[in-house]
Design a protein around this ligand. Structure first.
Ligand code: SF4
Length: 840
């Protein structure tokens, strides 16, 4: 075999671009085997390494040469002769043994565990055969450590069970019942059952491969053989691991009790047991959805997998950490069995996890993520996308990583979507899970998101190699270039990364200088729109709204200083694409995807003097027909002919950060606009045939009942076409957060976008603001209906009348409830904030 690469500190000759040597193919494979078995303190002999190696064409001489090289480099320890005191019961194979460290201790431990395994094996086989006497159990195999010939002092007997289709939950319930009657119930673990129709294992990773290849058949040999036939991928990743053949699989007569559950009643009972177990587990394991998404737990009609400790992913992660330690020690890269030319870019905002947003039926493709994908393509990667937006959960991500084995995974949140700035806890949990799953599969993992920028330590602890801070494209490109050549990351601006020290131990996070923002946005590649399942988005939009809207970005950043507004990605610098580039992209998107409408994601649309006018000119010159929605400020929109130019270019709706009807609160927020500007703007917008929409915010420190009444009077008087109500939310990095820091409770993030929890002691209890939210919506609906009935606004009179009838009672009760609510007396926080607000 001629695939040995010398392990010198020079670029490996199969990848001349690398500035750090890559371990040879054989050496990498040996280290993978030893790193995996090292997790179980299990030193191996050369034939055992050959048995478990994942190369198909391995011969013993190449293996021995590789082991010698690794030993010479100090990466592998060798023990030629085992002293009789280390193996008094003579249970070990003849050596020499190889391990990554502490070879004497590990060999002695293996001898001890092997002796215990030999001793308990007859009992384990007997227990397995007993399982066959339980109704509907059709095959049993021993997995876990015992199947590798060892058993720790606190070990147990792990069984993989195949059950009759349609009766899996009866079988599982009876197994559990039997287990609890054993003198030592902890000794028997049968937490993985599949039915005989579900033998294709869904998880394809080193852990599953080793467990399947090492399984010791106890009974039901034909079905266990079928399991192997259905999972041929195991043989491709562990080609030499010839499965243990069933020595004897005695025929077990079917228990008489099966006849009791044979008919439709048995099917009903089976279903009922599934639902009961689900109900019970859901109460006991709050993280069930995340564990199911990670493949650790599965409760369906065909599979019962209840690994609440997510053992598989923990093993895989430790395995990668061990390889990291070896890379640091050896000063070289180890092939992890991933495809280094492949890159998976993923978003992590799951609309389905946020009921309010999912119900709204207005999902947008992850624009920021698509920019990242385009940058990765420019860097030469073969790029795939995991779009969390429409995904059920994280499971699709795991499957994609297992299928494509990308060398790099970039979790790049769509910073253009304001929802991602909320840093919702369910999304954080998903993103952290994705980081750890990707890392556990050997990928280099990068993260860019508002939440990661604020809590880089969490993401690094989950396994990210680097967190990108601020605007991401240029930094991403620099990090990708460094990864391709094996350069260290510490010379790259704009990241926070974990500095490796010693054997895989991580030092504290190291932040490099912030990277300046891009000034020439036209130089960016177009977002990789082709990776999006556009039809899925179109379907949702059309079903919910009868039109299809897409998102684009024309500017980045905002130079204003509203003191509660977080701008973790683009900051306070304001840069803009040219109107020409924007109109070109809109024209292309219309040609390819035919959207009816665009949401322009900018914080402030068209701030540059003359930009909107030029944009309107180009839209008209090119005869483009589309409508669009923007966000802007009351002071900017009121200037010159801005509104007229917006109307001429097809503007449909403008969202204005009105926030409050009280000038006192606007000033405390450093909002920089006046109530008068809002009051004069709305009629002008309406007169030009456009729609206005207000962002409103309640609960700002210092807000009194009178201020709340002013806000309600403002919206019921001006009647914007839409309102979005929130409560003041101290986001990290803001002046507001700094002022509130001392007063913040344990909860510092919302769970979902409809949470509306006031996370500091406000003037009223948090529930008051939830009622207020509903009440204001009702007041607006009422005022609109009255206007229609008076003939001052368009709309159906019957519909307006029905609104009045339906809303009269809830409105009266809501008003009473709010009126009865007394302000709380947490004066210190409010006084401090008021003072600060008044001073600013
Ligand atoms: S104008 Fe809008 S984006 Fe700018 S600071 Fe204020 S709230 Fe934030």
């Amino acid at each position: 075999m001629n695939n040995m690469l010398p392990l010198t500190r020079r670029p490996a000759n199969d990848d001349p671009g690398l500035s750090v040597p890559m371990a040879g193919r054989v050496e990498s494979a040996i280290l993978r085997v030893l790193a995996y078995h090292d997790l179980f303190c299990h030193p191996l002999t050369a034939p055992e390494i050959q048995h478990w190696i994942d190369l198909a064409d391995m011969d013993m001489s190449a293996l021995n040469a590789g082991l010698n090289q690794l030993a010479a480099l100090g990466l592998v320890q060798r023990l030629d002769a085992v002293h009789p005191t280390a193996d008094p019961r003579n249970v070990l194979p003849s050596g020499p043994f190889f391990a990554l460290a502490d070879i004497h201790v590990r060999v002695a431990r293996r001898a001890d565990c092997a002796a215990r395994a030999r001793e308990v094996m007859p009992e384990a086989l007997a227990m397995g055969r007993n399982l066959m006497r339980i109704p509907f159990v059709r095959a049993v195999g021993i997995s876990g450590s015992l199947s590798k010939g060892v058993m720790a002092p606190d070990g147990d007997f792990d069984y993989f069970v195949i059950a009759q289709p349609g009766r899996l939950w009866i079988a599982r319930t009876l197994i559990q019942w039997k287990v609890h009657r054993l003198p030592n119930p902890d000794l028997l673990c049968a937490n993985y059952l599949v039915d005989a129709d579900t033998l294709n294992l869904p998880l394809r990773d080193p852990f599953t491969a080793v467990e399947t290849a090492s399984m010791i058949p106890v009974a039901g040999g034909a079905l266990l053989d079928e399991l192997r036939r259905r999972n041929k991928w195991v043989a491709t990743v562990r080609p030499a691991a010839t499965p243990v053949q069933p020595a004897e699989t005695p025929a077990f007569p079917r228990p008489v009790a099966e006849t009791l559950f044979a008919g439709p009643l048995g099917g009903l009972i089976d279903r009922a047991l599934l639902h009961l177990t689900r109900y019970w587990v859901r109460r006991k394991v709050p993280a069930l959805p995340a564990l199911e998404a990670r493949g650790a737990m599965q409760m369906t009609r065909h599979v019962a997998k209840l690994h609440t400790r997510d053992w598989r992913n923990r093993i895989l992660r430790s395995y990668q950490d061990t390889l990291d330690g070896l890379e640091n020690k050896g000063g070289m890269l180890i092939d992890r069995g991933v495809d280094r030319s492949r890159l998976l870019v993923a978003s992590a905002f799951f609309y389905r996890f946020d009921e309010k947003q999912w119900r709204a039926g207005q999902p947008y493709p992850p624009l920021g993520t698509l920019y990242a994908a385009a940058v990765a393509r420019q860097a030469g990667y073969n790029v795939s996308l995991f779009d969390a937006g429409l995904a059920e959960n994280e499971r699709g991500f795991v499957d994609l990583v297992d299928r494509e084995r990308p060398g790099t995974v970039v979790i790049y949140e769509d910073g253009f979507n304001y929802l991602t700035k909320m840093c919702l806890t369910r999304m954080r949990e998903a993103a952290l899970g994705m980081v750890s799953l990707a890392r556990a599969r050997g990928a280099k993992v990068l993260v860019s998101s508002s939440d990661a920028a604020d809590h880089a330590d969490l993401y690094l602890a989950a396994g990210a190699h680097a967190v990108i801070k601020g605007e991401g494209e240029a930094t991403l490109r620099a990090v990708l270039d460094a990864l391709q050549t094996g350069q260290p990351l510490d010379g790259i601006d704009g990241i926070i990364h974990a500095q490796p020290v010693g054997d895989g131990q991580l030092a504290t996070a190291v932040a490099t200088p912030r990277r300046p923002v891009l000034r020439d946005l036209d130089a960016l590649p177009r977002p990789a729109w082709d990776l999006v399942d556009m039809e899925a988005y179109r379907r949702i939009w059309r079903q919910a709204h009868g039109r299809f809207s897409l998102n684009i970005s024309t500017t980045r950043g905002c130079p204003f200083s509203c003191n509660w507004c977080a701008k973790p990605i683009y900051g306070s610098r304001y840069n803009s694409r040219s109107p020409e580039s924007v109109v070109d992209e809109i024209a292309d998107l219309i040609t390819v995807y035919q959207p009816d409408h665009f949401w322009i994601t900018d914080d402030i649309f068209g701030l540059k003097p003359g930009w909107i006018q030029r944009f309107a000119e180009l839209v008209q010159q090119r005869g483009l027909r589309f409508s669009y929605t923007i966000q802007s400020r009351a002071d900017l929109l009121g200037k010159g002919d801005t509104l007229e130019a917006l109307a001429a270019s097809g503007l449909d709706t403008v969202w204005i950060g009105a926030e409050s009807g009280s000038q006192r609160i606007l000033d405390a927020m450093d909002k920089g606009i006046t109530r008068a500007q809002i009051d004069t703007l709305v009629p002008r917008i309406r007169a030009l045939g456009m729609r206005s929409a207000f962002f409103l915010q309640f609960g700002y420190p210092g807000e009194t009942r009178a201020d709340i009444d002013r806000t309600i009077a403002m919206v019921t008087g001006l009647l914007p076409d839409q309102i979005g109500i929130s409560v003041s939310y101290p986001l990290p990095g803001t002046v507001f957060h700094e002022r509130m820091r001392a007063a913040l409770g344990e909860k510092t993030n919302w769970t979902h976008s409809d949470d509306l929890d006031l996370m500091f002691p406000g003037a009223y209890r948090p529930n008051f603001y939830r009622h207020l939210h509903r009440h204001v919506h009702r007041r607006v609906a009422w005022a609109r209906a009255v206007k229609v009935l008076r003939g001052d606004a368009h709309g159906g009179r019957l519909r307006a009348l029905s609104v009045l009838v339906r809303q009269a009672l809830p409105l009266a009760l809501g008003a009473l409830r709010l009126r009865l609510e007394k302000p709380r007396g947490d004066a210190p926080v409010m006084a401090a904030a008021e003072t600060a607000g008044a001073a600013s």
